[in-house]
Design a protein around this ligand. Structure first.
Ligand code: ADP
Ligand code: MG
Length: 352
């Protein structure tokens, strides 16, 4: 008799376990890698609802990709470019409007080193595409004339924008992934995820809480001049912060011994040539738009070059830390960024 009761008890327990919601009370460790926004994105999350958080995040990344891309039926950029110069205001997705509002502020304070109206130049050089080429002086002058952040107008009331001259176009390649990292972070928060890593390629990483060992996330920064793509400049340990790195090794081609890379100086119309080889920015998560700001700042500071770039960073809030690696492999740091560097490779020296 007792055995029957025992068997019945076990069956009941199994039934209860089967009807309990999956994952109840148990932390899941989820990691998924997908190709999105032209990059390999790896989302890591730990928490009871990590699976849901990662799934929703991937959907969100695809939505942002459609909104921020220069082509396609959901592309605001295509509508803006098609209407450039005709005076019409184009209503935008709130997300795109927000990127443009932040972008314009940084164009203003960087005197145009950062400029999302660089679209015609990005297209002309075609760096990273099969059409990459060195343009003629005439082509360059023509494209440059269509660039200028003052010729992008925003209307906060109607969340609309317009481009003032025919032939203008926007490029969100230096900001959209950072924005996307911020959006994924919000989804993680909604699902109660306190620990995770949002990795949208070196250009946009967001580290939440701690890693699986309960320590700060340790992120390797690539050595900008080593043939070995695994060689590191240093390791940066962060928690609840965004980290972005830009370098002239990411996308480039070489012609007659000259490296033509994808970070363009809107003032010359050419790949930025002010002495930087790479730069890394860390923005504390308590600053709004941390991911987006770290992403756009690496491009901005690269354009400015080591000295002016460091001076520019020093004027920003102390939650923004940064490091510029120049072509002699000297490291220019701002707001105590040297303190977050570990295992600095012997090829590099700090500039005081
Ligand atoms: P990625 O993550 O694609 O390597 P970055 O974050 O370094 O790129 O940004 C570079 C991209 O930003 C370029 O590919 C281009 O789309 C865009 N871009 C290049 N120069 C500028 C600039 N001066 N201002 C704004 N955007 C730029
Ligand atoms: Mg960037």
């Amino acid at each position: 008799m007792r055995r029957i009761w025992l068997a019945a008890g076990i069956v009941l327990l199994l039934v209860i376990l089967a009807v309990l919601p999956a994952g109840c009370g148990r932390a899941e460790n989820i990691q998924k890698t997908v190709m999105v926004m032209d990059t390999v994105a790896t989302l890591t999350a730990s928490g009871e609802r990590a699976d849901d958080a990662v799934r929703e995040s991937i959907e969100r990344l695809r939505e942002i990709e459609a909104m921020a891309s220069p082509k396609g039926e959901h592309s605001d950029l295509q509508k803006l470019a098609a209407a450039a110069g005709n005076g019409a205001w184009i209503p935008l997705h709130l997300e795109v409007f927000h990127m443009l509002e932040v972008s314009q502020e940084y164009s203003r304070i960087s005197n145009g080193a950062w400029d999302v109206t660089a679209g015609p130049l990005v297209e002309l050089w075609g760096i990273g595409t099969e059409q990459a080429k060195v343009p003629t002086a005439g082509e360059l002058a023509e494209a440059k004339a269509k660039v200028g952040w003052q010729k992008l107008e925003l209307d906060p009331e109607t969340k609309s924008a317009r481009l003032c001259e025919a032939g203008m176009s926007l490029d969100l390649g230096g900001i959209a992934k950072g924005f996307a990292a911020d959006e994924v972070r919000k989804i993680y928060e909604k699902y109660g995820i306190k620990n995770g890593l949002i990795n949208l390629g070196a250009s946009s990483i967001y580290a939440l809480g701690k890693n699986a060992k309960g320590e700060e996330w340790r992120l390797g920064i690539r050595h900008p001049r080593s043939g070995d793509t695994d060689a590191r400049l240093a390791v940066v340990a962060i928690s609840d912060a965004a980290l972005s790195t830009s370098g002239d090794y990411e996308r480039f081609f070489e012609r007659d011994g000259v490296r033509y890379h994808h970070i363009l100086d809107p003032r010359t119309g050419r790949p930025a040539d002010n002495g930087a080889a790479s730069d890394t920015i860390v923005v504390a998560g308590e600053l709004p738009d941390a991911g987006m700001i770290s992403d756009l700042l690496t491009t901005t500071v690269f354009v400015l070059g080591p000295e002016a770039g460091r001076a520019f960073l020093e004027q920003l809030p102390p939650e923004v830390r940064g490091m510029i690696c120049d072509r002699e492999l000297r490291l220019w740091t701002a707001h105590g960024c040297h303190e977050c560097l570990q295992q600095v490779h012997q090829d590099f020296a700090l500039v005081e």
